[in-house]
Design a protein around this ligand. Sequence first.
Ligand code: IDP
Ligand code: MG
Length: 144
Amino acid sequence: MPAGILMESTLIILKPDCVKAGLCGTVLSRFEKEGFTIAAMKMVRLSRALLEEHYSHLSGKPFFPSLLEFMSSTPVIVAVLKRENAVEKARQICGKTNPAEAAEGTIRRQYGSSVQANIIHASDSLQSAEREIRRFFKPEEICA
Ligand code: IDP
Ligand code: MG
């Protein structure tokens, strides 16, 4: 069976800049138009401890304190989205980390304002999707 044909789940976070700009509906609508369905969703203010875990791969970077500050500055929306090949497709739709380098038509290119304030997080592999979904949701919060 070719890779990506199975139904997958991925985790997205609509970051504080997305929430403040009133773009949550627009961004979610884009995913629905691309064939994703919502399996779980909630609005939460992320704790420092959870963010330190979520961004542990960046803990040595100079921008780490500022990233944690930014991500905890307002509540965010976390969601589990489903589709065939969901992880790769969601990353494609979001575009590169730096909005200035993201391809035309991607969410980050269209709405992002800086490398930090780039609107959205999306899991970068199947393995991180599984880990991140567990990090943000209890099993009973996810619809079959
Ligand atoms: P990703 O979100 O595209 O997977 P990561 O390298 O995992 O990119 O970085 C996580 C988040 O950290 C980015 O989405 C962005 O908000 C922030 N970030 C990454 N690199 C920089 C940087 O060079 N300056 C400021 N913030 C950054
Ligand atoms: Mg990442």
